[in-house]
Design a protein around this ligand. Sequence first.
Ligand code: X2X
Length: 349
Amino acid sequence: MDRRSLLKAGVAGAAFTAAPYFFTRPSQAQGKYKEEYKLSTVVGLPFPWGQGGDIWAKLVRERTEGRINIKMYPGVSLVNGDQTREFTAIRQGVIDLAVGSTINWSPQIKQLNLFSLPFLSQDHAGLDALVQGEVGKEIMQLVEKNGVVPLAWGENGFREVTNSKREIRTPADMKGLKFRVVGSPIFNDTFTALGANPTQMSWADAQPALASGAVEGQENPLHIFTAAKLHTLAQKFVTRWGYVADPLIFVANKDVWNSWSAKDRDIVRQAAIDAGKQEIAIARKGLTPDDQSLVKEVAALGVTVTELTAAEKEAFKQAVKPAYDKWAQQIGMDLVKKAEAAVAARKKA
Ligand code: X2X
């Protein structure tokens, strides 16, 4: 073959192999599986959240007999630690699968701020009433409408306020304290309403900022407190105000989802549901009325743990009302009213 015919054959070959790409895109074609699927989480194995991701990956590997191989990428490393970009990256296919917090995806889906309305969900029964009822269904539909396939619920947990300076028992105790808050502006508004001084930053940046004293406090579930050893980052005071609980959502990128057989989709969905249930149980361990072992564990670290009376909680609730009302409007009053009614009608344990 001379050069010219070689070239022709090459071009023809390229055109032939490229053709299916234009029609179906290899990553979307059913039956074409990747060697590895990337699963994003913010925190890893020592945390209930990371365990949820790990359980999901293991169940899928077992039940698909290795057809679907999931690798976990904690620290939101696929988006360089910027958790507020995670949802967009899932939609775009940079991330195949994720177990993500409603807080981190709320910049893209404003209704997810519902769970960050201060003092809305109140207790585990209230949170269950939200996610397992009409409200949860509507939220899942919104995730789907935003281009990502929702599969199951998990839970990060009730976010307790901690700091290095003093015991917090009243809103006045928060005055002037510098807090790291998560990446949704509702947290700025809530902490500002309490007279505190909030700064938004990623979880990755939060830890050095606490260590250096650049910020004095933060809010996160107690499992995050112990697993991240926040007492070693000067956090000596914890107040259990239970103002916000962030659910987690197990999701898949749409093209990845469509590339799997119906049978494998069923397996992945059911595995997410099973992993989510297990993860929620892990996230609540030591924080239920009959088992307060995690609270004791935190106290045993030399940390002052403050429990609030109903009246003391009410004072915080009143103080944050401007932030609640402002964000209720942004989220949509229909959804907020539904959520308030669901919580009010909850079955108390
Ligand atoms: O950044 C946080 O505080 C964390 C880990 O709880 C979330 O990702 C919402």
